[in-house]
Design a protein around this ligand. Structure first.
Ligand code: LLP
Length: 385
């Protein structure tokens, strides 16, 4: 089995569980993202929800990409990390007053609004501050992302976005208000999309919509296609850098932008997924009648994806050279779903070995909880070791 490359001597004394972020992988990923974006004219906004670790955020901000936020906390963290406010977008179905006010104070680029009552509140709060807020409307394109049911978002019966039938009326409503500007449309069909052709129906839906809006005399300056590009969880060593080039090529080939329109996207997982590994120590090896269990010091509180979505994360024993055996890798939490991986083949394992739970940079550390009164996992960037 190919193992990832880890500086064992440096990491073996870390307190586990601990997220290890490989700065080189992150930088290479960012280079691939920005190179493709420049080539195809995309304006990327990193989806902060995937990982808001301060060091990770700062590294991403340095490249000059924007940020996609879904809470006031994320807007503040993005600004603090150095993202340019004029490249920050703020989405979410339930923005509260303080979150809107903080975003107005920060002079963010725009609010991706999802309902009429929300637009009314943004208009009112902007008015009180003597400001005019930019609004993109999030549209539900009714496109199936063919991904896990819990992370698909573009279908009609979803809580997100404005349905196509109400769109023109909603745009006219925004245009009738004094303290908001209608500046564009926002879409997002789902996450962990590994087949780029899945984005073609989205492009086609946008093209159709653009024709209708043009006929109605409505001008749209910005198109934001959301996030969704997936990563290879099975083989992070071979496919470390996601195919931003292929993703953007597909979209530029199928999306008919009108003259002067700007194209935005919001990648999250693809930016940070592969640079992160959850390092965990084996506390006990327990032999059952048929199976053997590697009981580790990380649990679903540190990485909830396997328990919540049945997600696969490759697990390697990085401190053993023994012959492979089969283990269920489980955590210590009092929940039967606290299992990282069943029947995993890895090098012969003993108490004290370090396991690397791979591709955990996205929706890992940020989704950690203190259930069972656990401590939150640690986190290090490789270049600070
Ligand atoms: N834009 C919007 C409006 C979104 O809702 C999302 C993700 C993104 C961008 C970023 O999508 P990405 O490029 O990361 O696919 N916790 C789940 C994933 C939830 C995704 C939520 N929305 C997981 O661990 O798989």
């Amino acid at each position: 089995m190919t193992k990832g490359i880890f500086p064992i001597e440096k990491i073996k004394n870390l307190k586990t569980p601990c997220y290890y972020y490989d700065a080189e992988v992150l930088d290479k990923t960012l280079y691939a993202l920005t190179t493709a974006a420049n080539k195809y004219g995309f304006l990327p906004h990193y989806a902060v929800k995937a990982n808001a670790n301060e060091k990770v955020l700062k590294r991403i901000a340095k490249t000059g990409v924007g940020a996609d936020c879904v809470s006031g906390g994320e807007v503040l963290a993005a600004v603090a990390a150095g993202f340019a406010p004029e490249k920050i977008v703020f989405a979410g179905v339930g923005k509260t007053d303080w979150e809107i006010e903080a975003s107005l104070d920060a002079n963010i680029f725009c609010f991706n609004a999802e309902s009429v009552p929300e637009i009314e509140v943004i208009n009112e709060l902007a008015g009180k501050k003597g400001k005019k807020a930019n609004i993109e409307l999030r549209v539900n394109p009714n496109v199936d992302a063919h991904t896990h049911a819990k992370i698909t978002t573009g279908l009609n019966e979803n809580k997100f976005g404005i349905n196509l039938e109400n769109l023109q009326d909603t745009i006219k409503f925004v245009q009738s208000l004094p303290n908001v500007n209608f500046i564009g449309l926002h879409f997002h069909i789902g996450s962990q999309i590994t087949d780029n052709s899945t984005f073609i129906p989205l492009c086609e839906a946008i093209n159709k919509l653009q024709k209708e809006l043009k006929e109605a005399g409505i001008k749209v300056d910005n198109i934001n296609v959301g996030g969704g590009l997936g990563i290879d969880y099975q083989d992070p060593n071979t496919n470390t850098i996601p195919d931003f080039e292929g993703y953007m090529k597909t979209i530029s080939e199928h999306l008919e932008l009108l003259p002067g329109q700007k194209l935005h996207c919001e990648p999250g997982r693809s930016v940070v997924g592969q640079c992160g590994t959850l390092l965990t120590k084996v506390t006990y090896v327990k032999k059952g009648t048929v199976k053997q269990f590697a009981i580790v010091d990380a649990g679903m509180t540190d990485l909830i994806r396997p328990a919540l979505y049945d997600a696969y994360h490759k697990i390697e024993n990085i401190t053993s050279d023994k012959a492979e055996e089969t283990y269920d890798v489980v955590g210590p939490i009092c929940e039967s779903s606290d299992v990282f991986l069943k029947d995993n083949k890895m090098n012969g394992t003993q108490r004290g070995d370090i396991l690397a739970i791979r591709s955990a940079g996205a929706y890992g550390e940020i989704m950690a909880s203190r259930y069972n009164l656990r401590q939150l996992p640690g986190a290090v960037m490789s270049d600070e070791l």
